[in-house]
Design a protein around this ligand. Structure first.
Ligand SMILES: *Cc1c(COP(=O)(O)O)cnc(C)c1O
Length: 441
């Protein structure tokens, strides 16, 4: 194994900050995956970022493939987004009252997403999902939900059942502190397995309010929906009078302007957004057909509220980012083409070096699993060699490449990733996977 002077022995300011953080913040972080627990390193404390580069508190610069877990699709600190935020901030940070920007934002989202009549802004993806589920239950008058093992829908009680992302990284089945009463109505099916879904429908006739799915699984690594899977869910939901909820917190405005719905040509009944729509600010949203969304208070009986919802500065960031995505000619074609070429090249390197792997990718999202199996669900994702992943992660970090510190997260490309930086990333990967460098197998 190579020496690792940077990543393992010289952690500098980050180590000092992490020590301080651990005294006053649980685990030293405000969201678990950030702790670098599964790769056995001290997390890098980030000072600033620009374009595709992120800089830690020791002044080390990395090519960033996290992009704040998705929001930074235009790269960090995009001038147009910053300008919009600065302008809004000067007018006041929050009013707790209706504003024009909220109307503009809702109009913009509804114009970019086909068949979306109404949308409600919230402050996170978690809140968006929690609220969409409540609306679905209110609309159908039913209680039960079907979700998929390995899909992550935020940390609300009902969703912490066989969840992905940090829950999966921690290697725990769910979470302590969730009463049975909150999770007993959450039924789990297997991703890409329509039979597992129809079995649940048959066992619970007339009781399923909704099926919630990540149309592309992006919280157990990246897992693509197989041909017919999403269509099958659509059909099953319609047949059984249940609502189909697409959790597009990652895929929304990433795969296409209209998200996975547009990409796959499927219309869900309710959709949740987060990440990209906030442009880096804490924003979430849920929306759907008018008859469903008009269940939400004050139009209807399903209560949902938020002191800071539709915050003017957050709306300014989201509006600026979404407008750029909408108005930049060929934005998605270019980004998706760049993503495909990059991941195909990475795949070719792994194949050439004889590394057992499965590289799942779509557009600007991708993930390398260290397994000989085809990764198509939670179970197969779990066959990946996470020790190998951790070793790869450390090597890449040493080389100035900042990947998500967990096997079960995606790599996110942005329009700010330069050809040169993508080449550098491939070179670093090539060096790692060269057998003589790895010194094993
Ligand atoms: C990130 C994520 C969430 C939760 O969003 P937060 O803003 O972290 O609360 C929900 N669903 C999916 C698919 C996500 O990727």
């Amino acid at each position: 194994m190579p020496e690792r002077t940077e990543a393992e022995t010289n952690m500098g300011q980050s180590e000092v900050l992490f020590e301080r953080a651990r005294q006053v913040i649980p685990g030293g972080v405000n969201s678990p995956v950030r702790a670098f627990g599964s790769v056995g390193l001290v997390p890098r404390f980030i000072a600033r970022a620009q374009g595709d580069r992120i800089v830690d508190t020791d002044g080390r610069e990395y090519i960033d493939f996290i992009g704040s877990w998705g929001p930074m699709i235009l790269g960090h600190a995009h001038p147009a987004v910053l300008e919009s935020v600065e302008k809004a901030a000067r007018d006041g940070l929050s009013f707790g009252a209706a504003t024009e920007r909220e109307v503009e934002m809702a109009e913009l989202i509804c114009s970019m997403v086909k068949d979306l009549d109404m949308v409600r802004m919230v402050n996170s993806g978690t809140e968006a999902v929690m609220s969409a589920v409540r609306a679905a239950r209110g609309f159908t008058g039913r209680s039960k939900l079907i979700k998929f093992s390995g899909c992550y829908h935020g940390h609300s009680d009902a969703m912490l059942v066989k969840a992905g992302s940090g829950v999966l990284t921690q290697g725990i089945p769910g979470s302590a502190g969730v009463p049975d009463g909150c999770s007993k109505d959450t039924l789990t099916a297997n991703y890409n397995d329509l039979d597992s879904v129809s079995n649940l429908f048959e066992a619970n006739p007339g009781e399923i309010a909704a099926v919630i799915v990540e149309p592309v699984g992006a919280n157990m690594g990246v897992v693509l929906p197989e041909e017919g899977f999403l269509e099958g869910l659509r059909t099953l939901c319609t047949e059984h009078g249940s609502l189909l909820i697409f959790d597009e917190v990652i895929t929304g405005f990433r795969l296409a302007p209209g998200g996975a719905q547009e990409y796959y040509g499927i219309t869900a009944d309710l959709v949740t957004y987060g990440k990209i729509i906030g442009g880096g600010m804490p924003v979430g949203a849920y929306g759907g057909r008018k008859e469903i969304m008009e269940m939400v208070a004050p139009a209807g009986p399903v209560y949902q509220a938020g002191t800071l919802s539709g915050n003017p500065v957050a709306m300014a960031a989201g509006l600026a980012q979404l407008k750029l995505l909408r108005d930049t000619d060929g934005f998605y074609e270019t980004l998706n083409r760049t993503g495909n070429a990059f991941f195909e090249e990475l795949d070719a390197i792994l194949t050439q070096e004889g590394v057992p792997h499965c590289l799942n990718h779509i557009g600007s999202l991708g993930c390398v699993f260290f397994t000989g199996e085809t990764v198509r669900d939670y179970e197969t994702a779990n066959t990946s060699n996470t020790t190998r992943f951790a070793d790869y992660f450390v090597h890449m970090l040493d080389r100035g490449i900042y990947l998500a510190p967990s096997q079960f997260e995606a790599m996110f490309l942005s329009s700010a990733h330069t050809e040169e930086d993508l080449e550098r990333t491939l070179d670093a990967a090539r060096d790692y996977f060269r057998k003589d460098y790895r010194g094993d197998d």
